[in-house]
Design a protein around this ligand. Structure first.
Ligand SMILES: NC(=O)c1ccc[n+]([C@@H]2O[C@H](COP(=O)([O-])OP(=O)(O)OC[C@H]3O[C@@H](n4cnc5c(N)ncnc54)[C@H](O)[C@@H]3O)[C@@H](O)[C@H]2O)c1
Length: 384
């Protein structure tokens, strides 16, 4: 039985606890920690856990009866908490974003490799049936040659969202909507297509006057044989998050859409019903995932600890997403394309130099320790 500790008893902690509860034969949540100890107590009671409650991360990491820790802390605490857990010999699962800089990612990877324990990074949208099926279809080459893909990471958050103390500053959150929200879709981009060779990007703040960081941004990624266009927003009513992939045999999307055209004699399109059916049939023939989202990813984390399968999203994979975001920020401030990879001497490798270079769209003037409501939404359901 794997004994789990939860670090941070805020909004996402309950999602982790519920997901661990899907595996009662494999694990048990035995400890909850939050610097507001009453929050940890409330979560333990509210979720019906027989768990020890800590008000200090050091106590949690020193607990010999904790085998693995879910890091559900604000982004600025991910690196130090993960390092502490890994060095204490615990397996560690870190919420997105992995960390606020590439240097922090490298410290976490080193700590995992030194300790020999498992470091996993949450990106639960890989575990959505339409995403998993799209990945299989691309790997099989069913779309033919892919020329272009479009990612819309469109979300809506009111200005109040940024009143929480750690949000909306380069130092604490390490970014705006690219770091906090598009992080999910940037992970899917390199999952589906690998890493691009370069990026051109721009960032803006059009509606959040309590945030230093962007609430709107655009990026174009160049690959050897394709282009990926990315829109990232926190001002989009309806939150229409989606992916579209254009191949020469058809166009498919997440949430699932399919279309295929063939040419009329004058070059205008008409529906290619047969081509569309090939793609539709291939999609339907692929199996649905048994579990989705956090349930599925935490299941992988537990089975990886048991040595039954590899960790699906390790530190090196999580680091790629942070590298993409740092490339976006670098291109946004320089106005020039940025080529990957970013080296350790790059001014966007370390957080301090990145923070110095980023524009402060607004000064963060309002800050609250906690919101009275803990309910959150996890975006458009990309699943079945
Ligand atoms: N995967 C997803 O879809 C998803 C959704 C929401 C949040 N998240 C991520 O989860 C993380 C937490 O977000 P949240 O919305 O739960 O934030 P939150 O502010 O609601 O919760 C964080 C908790 O950590 C506690 N905390 C902060 N510093 C601490 C420390 N040093 N020691 C002990 N406790 C400490 C705070 O008191 C707070 O209760 C963030 O990285 C966020 O990006 C992921």
């Amino acid at each position: 039985m794997i004994k789990i500790g939860i670090a941070g008893a805020g909004a996402i902690a309950g999602v982790h606890i519920d997901s661990y509860k899907c595996f009662p034969q494999l694990c048990q949540v035995v400890a909850v920690c939050d610097s507001f100890k009453d929050k940890a107590e409330a979560v333990a009671v509210g979720k019906g856990l027989k768990a020890r409650v800590y008000g200090d991360l050091g106590e949690l990491m020193a607990d010999p009866n904790v085998d693995a820790v879910s890091i559900c802390l604000p982004p600025n605490a991910h690196c130090s908490a993960a390092e502490a857990g890994l060095r204490a010999g615990k397996h560690v699962l870190v919420e997105k974003p992995m960390a606020g800089s590439l240097e922090e990612c490298d410290r976490m990877i080193l700590a995992a490799e030194t300790s020999g324990t498992i470091l996993g990074i949450v990106s639960q949208n890989r575990y959505k049936t339409p995403v998993a099926k799209l990945k299989r279809m691309l790997d099989k080459g069913l779309l033919g040659s892919v020329s272009y893909a479009n990612f819309d990471s469109l979300w809506w958050r009111s200005p109040v969202y940024y009143d929480l103390w750690w949000r909306g500053t380069w130092a604490q959150e390490s970014g705006g909507c690219f770091m906090s929200h598009a992080v999910h879709y940037l992970d899917l981009m390199h999952y589906l297509f690998g890493m691009p060779s370069r990026v051109r990007a721009s960032i803006h703040n059009v509606g959040h006057d309590n945030s230093e960081c962007e609430d709107l941004g655009f990026a174009v990624f160049d690959y050897k044989d394709k282009i990926v266009h990315f829109t990232c927003s926190l001002v989009s009513h309806g939150e229409r998050q989606s992916i579209t992939v254009e191949g020469d045999r058809g166009s498919v999307g997440v949430p699932w859409t399919v279309s295929a055209n063939k040419s009329l004699p004058n070059g205008f399109p008409e529906d290619d019903g047969a081509g569309r059916k090939v793609l539709e049939d291939a999609y339907l023939a692929l199996p649905d995932l048994e579990l989705e989202g956090h349930d599925a990813q935490l299941g992988n984390f537990l089975r990886a600890i048991r040595g039954e399968e590899p960790i699906a999203l390790d530190g090196r994979t999580g680091r790629k997403t942070i590298e993409l975001i740092m490339g976006i920020y670098k291109s946004s401030v320089s106005g020039a394309p940025v080529t990957f990879p970013l080296g350790t001497e790059d001014s966007f490798y370390r957080k301090e130099s990145m923070v110095r270079l980023m524009p402060k769209f607004h000064e963060k003037k309002k800050s609250v320790d906690n919101f009275s409501a803990s309910k959150i939404t996890l975006g458009r359901d990309l699943g079945r």
